[in-house]
Every structure is written in C-alpha cells, then in structure tokens.
Ligand binder design. Structure first.
Ligand code: C2E
Ligand code: CA
Ligand code: CA
Ligand code: CA
Length: 275
C-alpha cells in the first residue's frame, strides 16, 4: 500500500486509522443517543450561602451509554459542537430538565449550560422559548450559563442574544469566571447578572494567598457592579462558610451534593426538609 507515494503512508497507520474510526463511531453514536434520549440531565444543587437554603440546580449533561456507562460531558460536548448537534442536544436536555423541575418546588431554578458556538446563532432565544412553552415552564425559573469564549466570538450577536434572554426574565451567569481574558470589560459591556467563580480558585484559596486575594477582589467588584456571585467546586463546609461571610451569594460543590440523576432529586429534597 502507498507504494506510489510514500508521503501518504502515514494516513494508513493502524493507530491513526483506529483513532479516526473511534471518532467517527462517537459522532454516529451521538446522533442516535440524542434521538433516543440517551443524553440525560444530572442535577447539582446551588445554595444561598447566607442561610444555606436551596436556590436551584445546575443541569449537567451525561451520556447514558449501554456499554460505557455514564460518559462525562467533556468527552462529547466538543464532538456535538463540532458536528452541529449542540443545539439539538441542548433542546433535549432542557426539555427533560423542565419536565423534572416541574415536579419540584416552584421557587427552585434550573441553570443550563450553553456552548460558546450557540451564541453565534440569533435564533437561539426563540429555540429556547419554544422548548419552555411546550413544557409549560416559566422563563423566570431558568438561568443560563455561558463562558467568556462565547462572548468574544461574535460580540454583536452574543449581546443581542443575552439582552433577549434578560428581557424574558432569564438570569445570565458568566461561568468559569477568572479563567478567560478581558473579564472586567465583559462584565461591563454584556448584560450579565451573575458570575460563577471558577473552581480552580476555590480549590487553591486555602493554600495560595493570591487565589484568596483574587476571590476577595472578584466579590468586592461584583458587589459594586450589582452582580450576583456563585462559588463553584466547594468541597469543604468551611470554605462555604468563609465565602458566605465575605459576601459570596451562592455556593455549589461536592460538600453540598454531587450531580445526581433526576430520580434522586425528590429524596434529596426530602432529606433537606427533614434536617
Ligand atoms: P462547568 O459548567 O464548569 O460545570 C462544573 C463541573 O464541575 C461539573 O463537571 C461538575 O460536576 C463539577 N463539580 C461540581 N462540584 C465540584 C466539586 O466540588 N469538585 C470538583 N472537582 N468538581 C465539581 P461535569 O458535569 O463533568 O461538566 C463538565 C463541563 O461540561 C461543565 O463545566 C460544562 O462546561 C460542560 N457541560 C456540562 N453539561 C453541559 C451541557 O448541557 N451543555 C454544554 N454546552 N456544556 C455542558
Ligand atoms: Ca456551568
Ligand atoms: Ca464552571
Ligand atoms: Ca467549565
């Protein structure tokens, strides 16, 4: 093989062949998975740090795979983005989340992650509203989470989309805050109502004075801009107490609960009500 042109030989290396086949299989399986409802929402609670009361749940996608079990979103969200399936995936997740959350107390919100590529699509808000309407779910119970990457791709479209969401009463959170760039400018020039301090800061807060200073600074700045704050990745109760004491509004992390299946939420709510 590849005798005529040695330069093409590398395309036939078994390892690359295998890798390509794996990617193609993943792409094909993802189509089917979305169509069959195998991409499911998990839910991780976020709490008000002032009194530890439950405020809502972040919706985190999982692929319920017949052989591989629950697959992490880091493995398939990029694939969905690449092959143009992220819109369908989001709709499927949101639809299921609305159905689940309809059975929970009405004061609890759901917070859904949007991919940066979706903020280039002006029809995005209408797609979301259609799903909400079909499920009879009030927009005021929805929050969306975006990252800074989504804002800098196509600034004009991103701003129009976020303004549209805000008009509908949907909270807009800036996710992974502190890991991107031009963060301060983004807070000023986009209708962001909340920011989520990245878990890497929370993780290193105790050991690294600079991380701690950054967290303190982010909280002070948010307060003066009238923006709400969530700290993610809280793994120790003490961290949550300290963050609350310096004005962080919400907390989320393994110390409160790991992401859970929809069927597990009622028991979680009961256990909190009993406590
Ligand atoms: P993210 O939005 O930053 O979500 C937070 C991640 O941190 C989640 O990982 C969550 O399970 C994990 N986490 C929560 N608390 C803790 C903690 O105390 N310690 C540690 N070490 N980790 C914690 P997950 O579920 O694997 O999601 C990974 C990323 O995949 C998310 O990061 C988000 O960017 C993306 N993603 C998840 N679901 C969706 C979705 O439906 N659509 C889109 N576009 N992206 C999604
Ligand atoms: Ca998120
Ligand atoms: Ca995050
Ligand atoms: Ca992330």
């Amino acid at each position: 093989r590849a005798k005529a042109n040695p330069g093409t030989y590398r395309f036939f290396q078994p390892a690359m062949d295998r890798e390509l086949k794996q990617t193609l299989r993943l792409q094909r399986d993802l189509h089917t998975a979305i169509a069959n409802g195998a991409i499911v929402p998990f839910y991780q609670p976020f709490l008000r740090l002032s009194d530890n009361s439950l405020a809502g749940f972040e919706v985190l996608a999982r692929w319920n795979h017949p052989i591989r079990g629950f697959i992490s979103p880091d493995a398939f969200i990029p694939v969905a983005e690449e092959i143009g399936l992220i819109g369908q995936l989001t709709t499927a997740i949101l639809r299921q989340a609305c159905l689940d959350a309809s059975k929970w107390p009405q004061n609890l919100k759901i917070s859904v992650n949007l991919s940066p590529v979706q903020l280039k699509e002006v029809s995005l808000p209408d797609q979301i509203y259609r799903t909400l309407r079909t499920a009879g779910f009030p927009p005021q119970r929805l929050e969306i989470e975006i990252t800074e990457t989504g804002l800098v791709n196509d600034v004009t479209t991103a701003r129009a989309i976020l303004t549209n969401f805000r008009t509908a009463g949907i909270e807009v959170a800036l996710d992974d805050f502190g890991t991107g760039y031009s963060s301060l400018q983004n807070l000023r020039s986009f209708p962001v109502t909340k920011l989520k301090i990245d878990k890497s800061f929370v993780r290193s807060m105790n050991t690294d004075p600079q991380s701690k200073s950054l967290v303190v600074g982010i909280l002070a700045m948010s307060k003066s801009l009238g923006i709400l704050t969530t700290a993610e990745g809280i793994e120790e109760a003490g961290e949550g107490v300290w963050l609350g004491s310096i004005g962080c509004d919400y907390g989320q992390g393994y110390c409160y609960a790991k992401p859970m299946r929809g069927e597990e939420v009622p028991a979680f709510l009961n256990s909190r009500a009993a406590a």
